[in-house]
Structure formats: structure tokens, C-alpha cells
Design a protein around this ligand. Structure first.
Ligand code: ZN
Length: 303
């Protein structure tokens, strides 16, 4: 059986995040947000259900974003961690990398305030605590869609929502756990990230389409997602169809705006396309527009 623990994040605008506990296999999926309060809340609920942290046999990381990985530092080092190898890129904040991304964002956005907002969000996706250090790691490489099997669970490394996605599928129950790849109503799924080798911004927009296909092909009975209630196959397909339609619509708008004007002002473009969403969060529209923009122009390397 899968037991869900839903935890608040430290700020009002971020949605509650799910952790899942496989009561038979004693595997924990994701480890909650960065804040100690979230971990203590989880620990309390977990113990009230008759469990103890010591019984956890393995922790699975669905992707490197801090609302899913941030809590790892509070778990004992003795628990092995199953993850996409690329999560390791997002350990150890390196000041050169932050400066690299500041240069790239600075070349795209002319407003200091917005630039700082976006930069802060990108930097916050790093796990500054280096929580994977000195842990037993079971890893798969996403370039080859490599698989890892533990009991009834198969773990496949993919890219799309982030460069470090891990799709978990239980062959006995037909349950899949996929982090933030599929989130109904939240249509900003292909998140821009800092390429730590190239000091450039990248997205995995094309890979994201493949990732959605892959999940549909898995044909799960139910899909347990990072934020919100599980989806049955019917709700999964309608969520995928809506996401694809919306992504194509934005791609058409942005590609047209790029071909219409000689001097592209990215800030204006973002505001024009996502007017009503901007006050809520600037980073997600930025991610959306920039990922399409980068597909059209590949010359954004800094030096
Ligand atoms: Zn999330």
C-alpha cells in the first residue's frame, strides 16, 4: 500500500508537496522540502502511523528540485538513495556557477529586480547542504534510459521536467510515481536549469514530450504525483493532452514574436504572453518563454 504524506513548504506561494511510503517494500519516495519544520512534521506523522525512520530501507529521489530533495539532509546517512545520476550535478553550490548563470540571465533580462528574482530561484534549486555526500547511492544514467530494479519497483532515469527525473513503476500494483512530470492544472512543466558544465541555461523541452509519451506507454493504473491527488489513467491522458495543446500554443506565439521583431525584448515577451500569471511567479513564465527562445537561438554561451 502507498501512504501519502503531504507537507507544506516554507512560503505561501509554493504548493504542498507529497512524500510517498510503500508500506510493504519500506521505500520512501522523495524527502520533502528543505525546512526542518517540514521534516519534523513528516517524522511525527510517520511515527504516529507506527513507523520509525530506522525502518526506511531506501529513499527514492524523483528529481533534484529542492521541494523533493531538500529534506534528505535530515535522514540518516545509512539509508541508501535511488536516483537519476544527474541529481549529483546539483550538489555543492559553486559560486562560479552562480556567477555564470547571472551573466546568462543578465543577457536575457534587462530589469535588475526581475533578474534577481529568476537568479534566486535557479540558485534555490541547488541542494546547498551536499546531502548526498557519504551515502550509498543506487543510480541510473538518463541518457540511455537505464533501469534499476528493486523488488517490484522499476526505476527509469529520464529528462524533461528536469535533467534528473526518475520514473518509478510497480509491476505488481500498476502504480507509477513520477514527481512533477505530470501535474494537472500546472502547465509550466519544462523548467529551465543551469547547465553546470557549460555555464549556460538549458531546458529539456523536446525530452519532456518524450517523457509524457513514456508515462502513457507505461499505462499505469494510477499515477502518484508530486503535488496533488493521484490520477487514474483517464485523468492522466487528459492532463497530458491539455499540456501538449498548451505547450504548442505558447510555442506558436513565441516563435511568431521572435520572427516578427528584430530586437527581441524577452521581458516584454514574457509579460505579453503571461500577463495575469506574472504577479504569482515570474520564474515559471520565464522558464517557458526562455526554453522556446533557446530552441530558436543557440548562441547564449557566456565566456
Ligand atoms: Zn515539486
Amino acid at each position: 500500500m502507498i501512504k501519502t504524506y503531504t507537507l507544506p513548504q516554507g512560503n505561501a506561494t509554493s504548493p504542498d508537496v507529497n512524500m510517498y511510503w510503500d508500506t510493504e517494500c519500506k521505500i520512501l519516495f522523495d524527502c520533502g522540502p528543505d525546512e526542518i519544520e517540514s521534516f519534523l512534521m513528516f517524522k511525527n506523522l510517520f511515527e504516529m502511523d507506527g513507523n520509525s525512520i530506522g525502518t526506511i530501507k531506501a529513499i527514492v529521489i524523483t528529481h533534484h528540485h529542492i521541494d523533493h530533495l531538500g529534506g534528505l539532509k535530515y535522514f540518516p546517512k545509512s539509508i541508501p538513495v535511488i536516483l537519476n545520476k544527474n541529481v549529483l550535478h546539483f550538489q555543492n553550490v559553486n559560486w562560479n556557477l552562480i556567477q555564470g548563470s547571472e551573466r546568462v540571465i543578465g543577457s536575457l533580462i534587462d530589469t535588475e529586480d526581475i533578474k534577481n528574482k529568476v537568479l534566486r530561484r535557479i540558485v534555490n534549486e541547488y541542494d546547498a547542504s551536499n546531502s548526498l555526500y557519504d551515502r550509498k547511492i543506487i543510480t541510473a544514467d538518463s541518457t540511455s534510459q537505464e533501469k534499476v530494479t528493486v523488488g517490484p519497483w522499476t526505476f527509469v532515469s529520464t529528462m524533461g521536467h528536469s535533467s534528473s527525473d526518475l520514473i518509478a513503476y510497480n509491476t505488481l500494483t500498476g502504480i507509477a510515481i513520477t514527481g512533477d512530470i505530470i501535474l494537472p492544472k500546472i502547465f509550466f512543466n519544462a523548467i529551465i536549469e543551469l547547465d553546470t558544465d557549460l555555464q549556460n541555461l538549458t531546458s529539456f523541452r523536446n525530452e519532456f514530450y518524450d517523457e509524457m509519451d513514456y508515462i502513457l506507454e507505461l499505462n499505469p493504473k494510477s499515477l502518484y504525483i508530486g503535488h496533488g491527488e493521484p490520477l487514474d489513467y483517464k485523468r492522466l491522458t487528459s492532463s497530458v493532452n491539455n499540456t501538449i495543446k498548451r505547450m504548442h500554443r505558447t510555442e506558436r506565439k513565441i516563435t511568431k514574436a521572435i520572427s516578427d521583431s528584430k530586437n527581441i525584448n524577452l521581458t516584454e515577451m514574457i509579460e505579453k504572453i503571461f500577463k495575469t500569471f506574472i504577479p504569482y511567479d515570474y520564474f515559471l513564465p520565464f522558464s517557458e518563454v526562455t526554453s522556446i527562445y533557446l530552441d530558436n537561438k543557440h548562441d547564449l554561451h557566456t565566456n
